[in-house]
Design a protein around this ligand. Structure first.
Ligand SMILES: [Zn+2]
Length: 292
């Protein structure tokens, strides 16, 4: 099997576990969600030599892990609020938080640290994400086989008229000049996209797509869409669901986090720290939300 966007250096992959429900490999419990894919070298070389894992697209390292579950790992944030997660490295990643990576850069050596039963790479993808604790896990397969490309010219995640912010970790424009801090506080409109860079109308500057965070689609921009994923909110008394349905009364008494946002549609839920997800409660119009 060939991956168009390789995540291990040999490009000789075998998936040992797919995304989705499976029996837990340690407890045997059935129906446990596997939030990524597991990958080994098809020739089994990981047992005799170091197999390097790589970034599948340009991005910025936002987390470096050495934990009981993940073992050694990194999270990389890419254009379009797509986060890729790599776990169970043999040893600490050579990368550090804030590092810019390019597609193909080494992220760590395939290993079996953390909650793992053999040498492999666990590779996960979250959309609408800026960090591990927000966004939604999706099947990584389309990102590996090239049917979805992050950034890049072929199917750029950033499009003309998108509203974007510049990543706080970005340091220079695509043209090399320093980005002042205050520039990162505002939302801009994409005027033009060229390969992996975008021209922002309000500041007439080119910024690398990997340094941009999509704030909302161009379809439905309201002042309230200044809300973003992870914001803590309350649902206004008497509000309906986004499609006009009735909300249970307890909804108005709770505080939620925004799990997804598209135009004026926000999905809110309760953070489930143990499972590293937001348990979804409802989709509502952003006009019916109050920040807390
Ligand atoms: Zn896994």
């Amino acid at each position: 099997m060939q991956f168009k966007n390789p995540v291990i250096s040999t490009n000789n992959h075998r998936l040992t576990s797919q995304f989705g429900k499976r029996a837990d490999p340690i407890t045997g419990r059935l129906g446990v969600q596997h939030d990524g894919v597991d990958i080994v070298d098809a020739a089994g070389l990981q047992r005799t030599q170091d197999i390097w894992c790589t970034a599948i697209a340009n991005g910025t390292v936002v987390e470096k892990w050495n934990g009981a579950e993940i073992g050694h790992g990194v999270d990389i944030l890419h254009a379009g609020n797509i986060l890729t997660r790599q776990y169970h490295f043999k040893s600490a990643s050579p990368l550090k938080v804030g590092d810019k990576v390019k597609k193909g850069d080494r992220t760590g050596i395939m290993g079996t640290t953390g909650r793992s039963t053999g040498i492999h790479l666990h590779f996960g993808v979250k959309i609408n994400s800026t960090r591990w604790n927000n966004g939604t896990y999706v099947d990584p397969a389309p990102y590996l086989n090239g049917s979805i490309n992050i950034g890049g010219s072929s199917s750029a995640a950033i499009k003309v008229n998108d509203k974007v912010r510049i990543n706080a970790s970005a340091t220079v424009y695509a043209t090399g000049q320093h980005i002042p801090a205050f520039v990162k506080n505002n939302t801009y409109t994409v005027q033009q996209v060229n390969n992996d860079r975008a021209l922002l109308r309000e500041i007439s500057s080119w910024v690398s797509a990997g340094d941009l965070i999509s704030v909302s689609s161009s379809i439905s921009v309201t002042p309230q869409s200044a809300f973003k994923i992870g914001d803590r909110v309350r649902v206004n008394q008497g509000a309906k669901t986004y499609t006009g349905g009735t909300l249970a009364s307890f909804v108005f008494n709770n505080t939620y986090e925004i799990a997804q946002i598209t135009g004026d549609r926000a999905v809110v839920g309760t953070k489930n720290t143990a499972a590293d997800i937001i348990d979804i409660t409802a989709a509502v119009n952003v006009r019916d939300l109050t920040r807390v």
